[in-house]
Design a protein around this ligand. Structure first.
Ligand code: CP
Length: 317
């Protein structure tokens, strides 16, 4: 595997899930694969889970790991060609990428959407430049429009906990005080669309996602109706995608918070969220602390999704 930015890059899901299960059974079975190989993780944005789980995954494979926080200690990077660099950005990505690539074998990149220019965000300009100019395998640690390592971990978690061959999975918008990217919901929808699950998306009017990601999902504007009979509730906030409100918060209606009363409408559903989560905005304390909450196993599976992807990249070197 030379790149991992979308569900298409992983190939058939049954094979990827079987490989992930094999890794989970013995995560140190492939330590020779990464000997004398280096992973460079580049963060344009903050992280807790991605940083730690991906580093651990690479260490499980015997790799050396370097981490660069672009906005803390590195030169500020210009990402657009043609810009007169007379501002605070001292280095251009077009030099920085090949320099960074010369020190490593595989590159992971986190670069969120700016949420001001939809075209720029949806063209994935930062990670696409790494793919084009590094000459190294590149994987997304959350880019502008997708978070595939998260979605892969979410899928592994659903497969581990489902009790029906075709569970009903509901992705629900929930309120948040700040504007968040659409990357996690886009990506979750993209991965769910490749399964045969019964997949429903619920959100207030105005929060419609890019139809390319919605795919075959049923969109239900009545959250309570969407929850009926659900086996998994996947909560997430996102900012508006549709113009003219791209990147804006258009509602913080706490009637959309996931609570015990709404969970009672489901078929004893599990609760999922990628974390970090704002308690009592997205989900109440009672729900996230309940024995049906999967947020911790879901986060733990980030190590497994990352290790599966990095292993495949090591195998192509
Ligand atoms: N879920 C997730 O990607 O967490 P971090 O932002 O902490 O890495």
């Amino acid at each position: 595997m030379r790149k991992f930015t979308t569900v298409a890059d992983i190939g058939p899901l049954d094979i990827a899930l079987a490989e992930a299960a094999e890794i989970k059974k013995d995560r140190f079975a492939f330590t020779e694969l990464g000997r004398n190989k280096t992973l460079l993780m580049i963060f344009f944005n903050s992280s807790l889970r991605t940083r730690l789980s991906t580093q651990k995954a690479a260490m499980n494979l015997g790799m050396n790991v370097m981490v660069l926080d672009v906005n803390q200690g590195a030169w500020k990077l210009e990402t657009e060609r043609g810009v007169v660099m007379d501002g605070d950005k001292a280095e251009h990505l077009l030099e920085a990428i090949p320099v960074m690539a010369s020190y490593c074998d595989i590159i992971g990149v986190r670069a969120f959407a700016g949420l001001t220019d939809k075209k720029e965000d949806y063209e994935e300009r930062v990670i696409e430049q790494f793919i084009k100019y590094s000459g190294k395998p590149v994987f997304s640690m959350e880019a502008a429009t997708r978070h595939p390592l998260q979605s892969f971990a979410d899928l592994i978690t659903i497969e581990e906990f489902k009790t029906k061959p075709r569970p009903k999975v509901v992705m629900t918008w929930a309120p948040h005080p700040r504007a968040l990217p659409q990357a996690v919901p886009n990506s979750f929808a993209e991965w769910m669309n490749v399964t045969d699950y019964d997949f429903v998306i619920t959100h207030p009017k105005g929060y419609e996602l890019d139809p390319k990601f919605v795919g075959r999902a049923v969109v239900e504007y009545d959250q309570r109706r969407a929850f009926e009979g659900a086996d998994f509730i996947y909560a997430k906030n996102w900012s508006a995608y549709a113009d003219p409100n791209y990147g804006k918060v258009i509602s913080t209606d706490r009637d959309w918070t996931v609570d015990t009363e709404k969970m009672a409408l489901t078929d004893n559903a599990f609760f999922m969220h990628c974390l970090p989560v704002r308690r009592n905005m997205i989900v109440t304390d009672d729900v996230i602390e309940s024995d049906r909450s999967l947020v911790i196993p879901e986060a733990a599976n980030r190590e497994i999704s990352a290790q599966t992807v990095i292993k495949r990249m090591l195998e192509t070197l």
